[in-house]
Design a protein around this ligand. Sequence first.
Ligand code: PEP
Ligand code: MN
Length: 342
Amino acid sequence: MLVVMKADATEADVARVCDWIREKGYTPQPMPGAQRTAVGLVGNDGRVDGSTLEDLPGVAEVIHVSNPYKQVSREWRPENTLVTIAPGVVFGGNDVPIIAGPCSVESEAQILASARAVKAAGAVALRGGAYKPRSSPYSFQGLGKKGLELLALAKRETGLAIVTEAMDDEGAHLVAEYADCLQIGARNMQNYSLLKTAGKIGKPVLLKRGMAATIQDLLLSAEYLLAEGNTQVILCERGLRSFDTTSRNLFDLTAIPVVQSLSHLPIVADPSHGTGRRDKVLPMARAAVAAGADGILIEVHPQPEKAMSDGAQSQTPDQFTETVQQLRRVAQAIGRRITGPL
Ligand code: PEP
Ligand code: MN
């Protein structure tokens, strides 16, 4: 339930509403906004009759959020949430940041070459997994802490923000020491314990849609983060498992405008995992920017044929350079801009 205050409501009016909610045994959540203050009440199990609140001074209206997800919904917060992962790297505004880098951190030479290449091409954040969720236990599992240290080195050298995956509760605290934004991967989208931990840590989170998750599932997972007090959440469409084997996943472009109408959180597109094929990344990245994505995530490897994971979908530095140039033109055509100096 959301209590929307009138534009001229006083602090005392807001405090009275908060007291009323506390008396009923709930925790009020005042949210000052650009136009008006709203006070949230989460977890109303039917015991609270909102209509009596409407009579309190300064109250404009009481909205019953009908969706099962509350705090992530547009009803809860009409304005876009801006998620800032590093100075100048903001998701949810008019600018569209690009996150790029290899699937996995493999070595110092590999991550530094990747970081330099993606920065030169126009990316503002470096991605790369130090902890990898692999389908097979015999596949490369990532360099672990050493990988995080190499990401820190790449950040020192290039100034790029770091986005990297946390796979479990314990690891999340360590990853948070190095990352500007914690990635929670598709396989962990419904790891509720990890979501609660990441919510408590409070660093920005990139939450990827599970490969068989509905948009409602995705938004409910994001709700776990907001319920712990972390509003710095970026959602990510990365393709769904389908019956068709011509691409690795079925990239759900529609998810972009759908999420934007249901939620105030930014949504980023990942055409690399979305297609699984490097030659399909450019057209789908263009389509994602045209569809209104709030950011783009692309896997880039200095030598994709030697990559220890996801080589088939990783662009070469030259392909990525061309991609960013084309994305700049698409963004401009819809009145947006790819984040960066140019
Ligand atoms: C990744 O970003 O490399 C990754 C493992 O992604 P996903 O969780 O979407 O499969
Ligand atoms: Mn990958």
